[in-house]
Design a protein around this ligand. Structure first.
Ligand SMILES: *[C@@H]1O[C@H](CO)[C@@H](O)[C@H](O)[C@H]1NC(C)=O
Ligand SMILES: *[C@@H]1O[C@H](CO)[C@@H](O)[C@H](O)[C@H]1NC(C)=O
Ligand SMILES: *[C@@H]1O[C@H](CO)[C@@H](O)[C@H](O)[C@H]1NC(C)=O
Ligand SMILES: *[C@@H]1O[C@H](CO)[C@@H](O)[C@H](O)[C@H]1NC(C)=O
Ligand SMILES: *[C@@H]1O[C@H](CO)[C@@H](O)[C@H](O)[C@H]1NC(C)=O
Ligand SMILES: *[C@@H]1O[C@H](CO)[C@@H](O)[C@H](O)[C@H]1NC(C)=O
Ligand SMILES: *[C@@H]1O[C@H](CO)[C@@H](O)[C@H](O)[C@H]1NC(C)=O
Ligand SMILES: *[C@@H]1O[C@H](CO)[C@@H](O)[C@H](O)[C@H]1NC(C)=O
Ligand SMILES: *[C@@H]1O[C@H](CO)[C@@H](O)[C@H](O)[C@H]1NC(C)=O
Ligand SMILES: *[C@@H]1O[C@H](CO)[C@@H](O)[C@H](O)[C@H]1NC(C)=O
Ligand SMILES: *[C@@H]1O[C@H](CO)[C@@H](O)[C@H](O)[C@H]1NC(C)=O
Ligand SMILES: *[C@@H]1O[C@H](CO)[C@@H](O)[C@H](O)[C@H]1NC(C)=O
Length: 809
């Protein structure tokens, strides 16, 4: 030990390790402090050291991630041992998910007396869940899901008084669910899904005052669901998610479920539940998803369903439900999916379903519905899945529906007509459709031609007017080029007659004021500074044009001085200002490079579900933003003041370019203070509300939020229960569910990048520290990002960037 301590001290003197140490100390604190307030132990205790070696000896480690566990105990606690964290020399956390680990978890783990978190999910572990975990008084999180653990769930876990999360899902566990688990009165999340557990659901779990997530689906559980939910006096029952689907549960739906006033999701599908749905279920006023499909439930839908006003999904497919569909259902204004298929409902389809404007999926197939399909269903603008097949419907199909859906939605109704019948009759139908199409297409083309003619006419009109009338207010058009001046890399063109003036900075574009003003333009967005357009020049090139609000910009002289400064700024990660135009009436246009991939905000948040953004891309964007910001702070001595993911735009290769920097300089001081004070909700550092003055540190805060956005895939403006993104992340990290903050997409290949994610998370949390003095400078942020992922930093496409000197080896 003594020798190793000396080695560590010696090591500490070399620049790299001191830097690393600082990094670990600075950055680990926000995360680790929730685990431990005193973070002084550097050397692991002899006892814990031996336990770790014993644990290691029973694990199979094909990737060699535990090789670091070979060194002396000195490194174990200072970050040297993969996946180990300590406090006071005692191991408090073992966290090695996605490491392809095999073998067994040693029973010796019960001797790590300070252990709080055990996270070995997504490995190939076999053997049993150590029963000795029950000896650990501080254990809070056990995450062993997605392994091949067998044996039973150890009842001893019920003895861990602080246990908050127990996730053993997707293993091979068998035997019953131990009733003793309910003895953990701090348990918030219990997930035993996708195992082979048998026996009944313990009554104790239905009375737990703490459990919010109870997932027991996809097992072999049997017996009835206990009817004792929420039975603990007047303490609020916290259950929000209850999933019991895909078991062999029998009996009926217990009325006491109606007591779970906070329940949002209830899934009982694919069981053997019978009996009627109790009226009490209407008490689930927060319920959003109710899935009772594929059981043997009979009776009718209780009228109290109309009280579940938060319902988004209602699925009772594949039961024996009878009677009429209650007319009251149309009070469920948020209902998006209504599946009553394969039951015995009768009577007419209620026309009030047409009032449920959120419906996108409606399945009424395989029932005994009669009468016509109500034409009110045509009002359902969001409907994209519809099925009334195999009923006794008659009359014509409303034309909207027959156009939108094919025969498979309507078949099996002998007296129903007016939809394209399958097989042999489709030919004629097709021809009919084609005729219609031709008419539509012809009309479309005519319209397009008319529009183009209109445009040409208008443009010509504008040009003429501008030439003729000297002070034609709105058009802002200028005459042909009358004068060109080239000075200090700037090309100036003034439209003599109208007083308009176009000034080029260096750049690839050659266009005249006329070209610019007659370019076709579409609005891209509006901000506090003005409106941004995508303009297509005559030669097909695109530029981004920002029209500044006239009332809030500085006078011409000052404006030109300031804009000249902005026009000289050139950096691969800063959106280049290429030109500006001053109109005769004070109009001010700024011309920038056009970025085809749009803003980072839309790139991240407005993409289709099948487009994923991999980690290296996200990291490259983060590094790009940090480089751009560093250039602003250190080379231009300029604060951005309004850095958001909407102000970061991406080129074809998804390289980040910061936009809107320095624009506050073009504004009158009143206007720029207003913008700065308002900031952008979600990105503005807390102190801004008092100081009202953006600084380098408020920029670093915004950068931190953007990095969190990249990590979590969440937009700071989207609902996270009224918390902003930093608060949300902090709350999750505090609950020791750190992995849950990350975007699910990133979790897929986390085996290789787990540490990069965690280290980036720590860095981001450091950036959004509420106290400005605790935040790092952007240079440090950049350096650390580059250290986390050096390959990205070295990637080509960044030539011309001055990269910080690489850390000393
Ligand atoms: C780790 O140490 C053990 C014995 O202490 C040795 O058998 C093993 O080869 C070492 N593994 C590596 C990868 O150094
Ligand atoms: C759980 O608590 C009950 C009653 O408090 C007790 O009888 C039982 O032994 C406890 N189970 C465990 C495993 O501690
Ligand atoms: C439980 O685990 C399964 C499988 O790992 C997962 O899909 C599900 O989301 C988890 N549920 C909860 C409430 O944690
Ligand atoms: C569930 O139990 C039945 C009968 O005991 C057995 O046949 C079936 O394989 C079990 N299913 C699973 C997933 O363990
Ligand atoms: C019910 O709540 C009241 C006040 O909120 C409290 O005084 C009382 O002890 C509670 N009763 C039980 C059984 O929890
Ligand atoms: C449904 O709500 C109404 C009034 O909002 C109430 O009178 C009725 O008791 C509720 N039904 C159930 C089953 O909760
Ligand atoms: C319906 O959905 C909207 C938007 O998600 C939400 O604001 C509203 O509270 C929901 N209504 C109910 C009754 O839950
Ligand atoms: C619901 O629809 C019916 C008939 O389709 C109509 O009379 C009624 O006014 C609608 N109610 C609401 C709240 O839109
Ligand atoms: C449905 O139609 C079939 C054949 O026309 C008829 O035998 C049956 O009684 C009808 N069912 C209902 C519920 O009307
Ligand atoms: C009818 O539409 C469904 C989906 O809406 C599709 O799966 C099916 O292939 C279509 N059938 C025919 C015959 O086009
Ligand atoms: C409609 O339901 C029937 C019967 O369940 C099924 O065969 C058919 O494929 C469904 N059609 C669509 C478009 O979902
Ligand atoms: C479709 O063709 C089959 C023979 O191929 C014939 O028996 C049937 O009557 C035809 N149906 C219609 C609706 O024309």
């Amino acid at each position: 030990m003594e020798e190793s301590r000396n080695r560590w001290t010696r090591n500490r003197l070399t620049p790299k390790s001191s830097l690393c140490f600082l990094f670990v100390l600075l950055l680990a604190v926000p995360v680790v402090s929730s685990l431990s307030h005193r973070w002084d132990g550097i050397i692991v205790t002899q006892a814990d050291y031996q336990v770790l070696q014993a644990i290691r000896s029973e694990l199979v480690d094909p990737l060699g991630v535990l090789q670091s566990w070979n060194r002396s105990g000195a490194g174990a606690c200072s970050g040297g041992w993969a996946g180990i964290k300590c406090a006071n020399g005692q191991v408090i956390s073992i966290q090695l998910p996605w490491r392809a680990l095999g073998g067994r978890i040693s029973e010796k783990i019960g001797q790590l007396g300070a252990l709080r978190r055990l996270s070995l999910h997504d490995n190939s572990l076999t053997g049993v869940v150590p029963q000795s975990l029950g000896f650990l008084p501080y254990l809070r999180g056990v995450h062993l899901f997605n392994n091949r653990l067998s044996g039973s769930v150890p009842p001893s876990l019920g003895k861990c008084p602080l246990l908050q999360a127990l996730d053993l899902s997707n293993n091979l566990l068998s035997g019953p669910i131990p009733p003793a688990l309910a003895n953990s009165t701090k348990l918030i999340r219990l997930n035993l899904s996708s195992n082979a557990l048998t026996g009944p659901i313990p009554i104790g779990l239905t009375r737990s005052p703490s459990i919010a997530f109870l997932a027991l689906e996809r097992n072999n559980l049997s017996g009835p669901i206990p009817d004792s939910w929420g039975g603990t006096g007047n303490s609020t029952h916290l259950l929000t998610t209850l999933t019991l689907d895909h078991n062999r549960i029998s009996g009926s739906v217990p009325p006491s479920l109606g007591q779970l006033g906070l329940l949002q999701k209830l899934s009982l599908s694919h069981n053997q539940i019978d009996g009627a749905i109790p009226d009490e279920i209407g008490g689930l006023s927060k319920l959003q998803e109710l899935d009772l499909s594929f059981n043997a439930i009979d009776g009718s839908l209780p009228a109290s369903f109309s009280n579940m006003s938060s319902l988004v999904v209602l699925n009772v497919k594949g039961n024996q439900l009878r009677g009429l569909v209650p007319d009251a259902l149309n009070r469920l204004q948020n209902l998006s999916m209504l599946n009553l298929g394969n039951n015995k409902f009768r009577g007419q389809i209620p026309s009030t379903i047409g009032n449920m404007s959120s419906i996108s999926e409606l399945d009424l197939s395989e029932n005994n519905f009669i009468g016509e399909i109500p034409s009110s269903l045509e009002n359902l603008a969001n409907l994209n899945s519809f099925n009334v097949s195999y009923n006794n419907l008659s009359g014509p199909v409303p034309s909207h529906l027959s156009e939108k859906f094919n025969a498979s939605s309507f078949v099996g109704n002998i007296q129903l007509c007016g939809y394209s019948k399958p097989a042999n009759s489709t030919g004629s139908q097709k021809r009919k459709l084609t005729t219609k199409d031709i008419i539509l297409i012809a009309a479309g083309i005519l319209l397009a031609i008319l529009l183009v003619l209109c445009c040409i006419l208008l443009c010509c009109l504008f040009r003429k007017k501008a030439a003729a009338k000297k002070k034609n207010g709105k058009s802002a058009a200028s005459t042909a080029i009358s004068e060109k001046a080239v000075s200090s890399g700037m090309e100036v063109e003034s439209g003599g007659d109208t007083g308009g003036k176009l000034v080029h900075f260096d750049g690839p574009f050659v266009f005249t004021a006329d070209d610019l003003l007659c370019a076709t333009a579409e609005i891209m967005g509006k901000s506090s500074y003005g409106t941004a357009y995508k303009a297509t020049l005559e030669d097909g090139h695109h530029v981004a044009v920002k029209r500044l609000r006239e009332k809030t910009t500085k006078g011409q002289k000052e404006f030109e001085n300031e804009v000249a400064v902005l026009g000289r700024i050139r950096h691969p990660n800063l959106l280049a200002l290429r030109a500006y135009y001053l109109g005769p009436k004070g109009e001010k246009l700024l011309v920038f490079d056009y970025m085809p991939k749009g803003s980072l905000a839309s790139f991240l948040h407005a993409r289709g579900p099948e487009t994923s953004i991999d980690w290296p891309t996200r990291m490259r964007i983060a590094i790009g933003v940090a480089r751009g910001l560093k250039h602003l702070h250190t080379q231009e001595n300029m604060v951005h003041g309004n850095l958001t993911s909407s102000n970061v735009v991406l080129d074809e290769q998804a390289n980040a370019h910061i936009a809107d920097y320095g624009l506050s300089r073009l504004m009158t001081s009143g206007a720029s203070t207003m913008v700065a004070t308002a900031g952008t909700v979600g990105y503005a550092a807390p102190e801004l509300s008092k100081t009202k003055k953006p600084t380098n540190k408020t920029d670093v805060y915004s950068l931190g939020v953007i990095v969190l956005e990249l990590l979590t895939g969440k937009s700071p403006s989207e609902g996270t229960n009224g918390e902003d993104l930093p608060q949300w992340v902090a709350s999750i990290v505090k609950e020791e569910w750190t992995n849950e903050v990350f975007d699910l997409e990133l979790m897929r290949d986390t085996m290789t990048i787990g540490d990069e994610l965690l280290n980036t998370l720590k860095l981001a949390i450091h950036c959004v520290d509420p106290s400005p003095t605790s935040r790092p400078e952007v240079q440090e942020v950049l350096q650390q990002l580059e250290e986390i992922m050096p390959e990205t930093a070295a990637k080509p496409g960044y030539e011309g960037t001055e990269i910080l000197a690489p850390p000393a080896e």
